[in-house]
Design a protein around this ligand. Sequence first.
Ligand SMILES: NC(=O)c1ccc[n+]([C@@H]2O[C@H](COP(=O)([O-])OP(=O)(O)OC[C@H]3O[C@@H](n4cnc5c(N)ncnc54)[C@H](OP(=O)(O)O)[C@@H]3O)[C@@H](O)[C@H]2O)c1
Length: 332
Amino acid sequence: MIASEILVTGASGFLGGYLANRLADDGRKVRVLARRSSDVSRLNKDGSIQFCYGELEDLNSLRECMRNVKTVFHCAAMSSDWGDERAFWRANVLAIENLVEIAKESEGFNCFLHVSSTDVYGYPMFPGDESRELKKVGLPYNESKIEGEAVLWRAYRDVGFPVTILRPATIYGPHSMSIVKEIYDHLKSRTMLLVNRGESPAGLVYVDNLVDAAIAAADSHDTAGKAYDITDDEVVSWFGFANTLADRTGTKRPFLNLSESIALKCGYLFEALWRALNISTRPPLTRHAVYLFSRDQQYDNRKAKVELGYESRVSFEEGMNRTVEWLKSADD
Ligand SMILES: NC(=O)c1ccc[n+]([C@@H]2O[C@H](COP(=O)([O-])OP(=O)(O)OC[C@H]3O[C@@H](n4cnc5c(N)ncnc54)[C@H](OP(=O)(O)O)[C@@H]3O)[C@@H](O)[C@H]2O)c1
């Protein structure tokens, strides 16, 4: 059951912003943890959200933000296909170690809702369900998300720490910078690349649907120690997603295409070159991006449906309407 004192991390980001606003709109007492550099302009400004400035890597500042907190929605993460391995570890593992250490000491702490990712399954050819083993494939995002989960599963096993994990596949909606905005920018510059003609299901989940699942999981009495894969019901391929975005924004459909094997070789080469030359910006193609665009990501959402009453309330049609409206208003 969500207690009155809720902390949302990553609220300046895409998912965390939606979650914090929804919880506040529902009349719950919400605090967000933000960095001094975070852009919190999307969050409700009516006083319904309390702001606490701190660093996830710094125990002292975290203690202050965790005071009286009974429920944490942990959305903060370094979520990227490229970056320094140590930065991934600090954001995706150390941050969780710190939060768990403080939460374990907090009287009445009752729920740590952690947002993980289906990337922890290691991009198999065919998606499964939550019983699939987690697999490291030598990519820092995938490995750090697995290690972050491991910290939480250990705490659950050792002291019954009340953790529930959601593993969304591809989150989309207004304010999605890493999926929607990036694909839109590539469509505009005619550099959008499909892999295997974009035939693989993208495993989309509309952001509000994921927020529903997160709140249902934290509200439930019976989700501690469990993980849930979250996708929408409608199966949409990358081809379908990119073409719908192109058609509705008046941009041209993508024409560039590579097979997965060629794209992976290009990804390897770019990554090696970028590392050798110590270039900090992202390479034009990475293995991580190729896996996401070429592997079926339609993970099974049946456990969430049965146990959380999850339903993908916002359809693809409606989700894309809202998304395109946002893109157009951002362009104006
Ligand atoms: N987007 C997707 O398609 C997708 C898919 C599957 C799973 N996920 C998972 O869903 C969660 C939310 O993703 P998102 O797309 O909303 O991410 P996002 O938009 O990139 O937001 C990330 C948030 O984390 C914060 N953050 C990052 N490093 C931090 C640190 N070291 N200390 C404090 N805050 C830090 C950022 O704060 P600043 O604003 O200060 O940088 C921001 O608020 C993540 O756990 C991600 O792994 C995302």
